[in-house]
Design a protein around this ligand. Structure first.
Ligand SMILES: [Zn+2]
Length: 493
């Protein structure tokens, strides 16, 4: 469970409990906790491919591995190849003669690379990264003085450049969730039994549909009804993110939305491209954002133009942030955390935007209908994910956007499998789930902790890399908890 002193690089170990009459088998993996400097030269930061998924992180390459493992097991041999971005075999999943397994990478580091989008810096020179950052800054600086049609044309031209990026895939990127499934399958194989985990959603629901809106301008503020009215007709609730100092937000608007069961969140302060433009400006503007959060009883934050910096988000002091997308090559700050489930950034819950934005589909890509929305929602439904939608009343004057939204709402309003939830409810549930554990074994398992009331137990099975409804699609929160505080021994017992 801790780095083994005999191994020349730190290696984590998880030992599955022996089954009666069976052998105890262990999973070992590279430990990157101490930082890259502590790793041997044979551990290289890169982009890799294992089976059907891509991942980023350090990997112990080549035949150096038996040496790294020291006297942990014997008869180590490469069992499954891992390829670099050029398709060349570089590393492997190793097995020994007793069935122990060594992962030449650190699952916790890999998940963190996805969640924080730091994978974007893997394989790029610092100069190229600075160039991209300057282009994004330039776009923001120019935007207020550009006519709207020219802004759109620039966004479309930029879009063509962005489409060449090979990762993440759009409108869905499955690598992170394929990794989760594969890891759970491996654990189940080593444990010789299905691995229990707390299901993603409460009260027997199998997926979540979360509606959010950003109100960009005073024109949008005066057009709330374009999106709110169809929601009312179908019994939906939603979250409304306002910009405190860009237009006047009446107290009555906030209280009326709250009376209808809706939520109000904070969408920056001025929405001028500088709210999260620098640490200095953020520090200057944050007290005013906090003041409006208190006034509106808002617990959620959405960054203007989804401008984000991983290290800064928890300092905003909100219960949750919703500024990351699972995949979005079309935003001024493109990228994607590749997760269609919530996750933690320190103590803050991150609720990724997992549906393409209205502006992307209808203004940039000129889609005529809601087909992409409906297909992505079905995709998330099948995978027990969270469909988090972001639409803007400002763009709902376009009938394609308004009608598309209506189609999306009517498709799922009477779906009995879905949890229609506000973002703050999802964040609260995710905390309950995270602070609960599974106990038991033998005859049965049960949940202990705040999720005991509404949570349910699901299982990961050996061979979990296959997709489908019966296959566990556990999330990285539990896996990273395993990696971070080694609680999965308890979970396996
Ligand atoms: Zn906005």
């Amino acid at each position: 469970m801790t780095g083994d002193a005999r191994a020349p690089v730190p290696v984590h170990q998880l030992r599955a409990t022996a089954q009666p009459g069976g052998m105890s088998r262990a999973l070992f993996w590279l430990d990157t906790d101490a930082g890259p400097a502590a790793l041997a030269a044979s551990c290289q930061l890169g982009r890799y491919r294992l089976r059907n998924f891509t991942f980023f992180g350090h990997a112990a390459v080549g035949a150096a591995v038996p040496g790294l493992l020291g006297r942990l097991g014997s008869g180590w041999h490469p069992a499954e190849q891992i390829f670099d971005s050029a398709g060349v075999p570089r590393a492997a999943v190793w097995r020994d003669s007793d069935g122990n397994v060594f992962l030449p990478f650190d699952p916790a580091e890999v998940m963190q690379q996805f969640w924080s989008e730091s994978y974007q810096q893997v394989g790029h020179s610092p100069i190229a990264l600075r160039g991209r950052a300057a282009a994004v800054r330039g776009y923001y600086l120019m935007r207020p003085v550009l006519p709207r049609r020219l802004q759109l044309r620039l966004r479309r031209a930029y879009t063509q450049v962005q489409e060449r990026a090979s990762f993440p895939d759009w409108p869905a990127e499955e690598s992170l969730h394929d990794l989760y499934r594969w890891l759970f399958g491996l654990l189940a194989e080593l444990a010789g039994q299905p691995v229990p985990f707390i299901g993603e959603w409460p009260d027997g629901r199998s997926w979540a549909l979360v509606l959010t809106h950003d109100v960009e301008t005073d024109a949008g503020y005066r057009s709330l009804g374009l999106l709110r009215e169809p929601e009312r007709q179908l019994g939906y609730r939603s979250s409304w993110n306002f910009v405190p100092l860009r237009y006047k937000v009446a107290e009555e608007t906030v209280s009326k939305l709250r009376e209808e069961g809706c939520e109000v969140g904070v969408h920056g302060l001025l929405h001028d491209g500088h709210d999260l433009g620098s640490r200095r400006l953020l520090a200057k503007r944050l007290p005013a954002m906090r003041e409006y959060a208190d006034r509106w009883q808002a617990v959620g934050f959405r960054s203007p133009a989804t401008q984000r910096k991983w290290e800064w988000m928890p300092a905003l002091g909100f219960d949750y942030d919703s500024s990351y997308s699972d995949t979005d090559p079309y935003e001024p700050q493109p990228g994607g955390c590749c997760s269609y489930l919530p996750y933690f950034n320190e103590s803050m819950v991150e609720l990724p935007i997992t549906m393409p934005q209205d502006h992307t589909l209808f203004a940039i890509l000129q889609n005529a209908d809601a087909d992409v929305w409906l297909r992505k929602a079905e995709f998330l439904r099948e995978r027990q994910g969270m469909a988090l939608v972001l639409t803007h009343p400002d763009y709902a004057v376009d009938p394609r956007a308004a009608n598309g939204y209506r189609s999306l709402l009517s498709r799922f309003h009477d779906d009995r499998t879905v949890w229609h939830a506000l973002p703050r409810e999802v964040a609260a549930w995710w905390r309950e789930r995270d602070s609960s554990v599974i106990r038991g074994g033998g005859d049965g398992w049960h949940i202990e902790g705040p999720a005991a009331r509404s949570g349910r137990i699901r299982f990961g099975y050996a061979g979990g890399a296959a997709r489908g409804r019966d296959t566990a699609d556990a999330d990285g929160t539990r896996l990273s908890a395993f990696a971070a505080d080694r609680t999965w021994r308890a979970d396996l017992q």
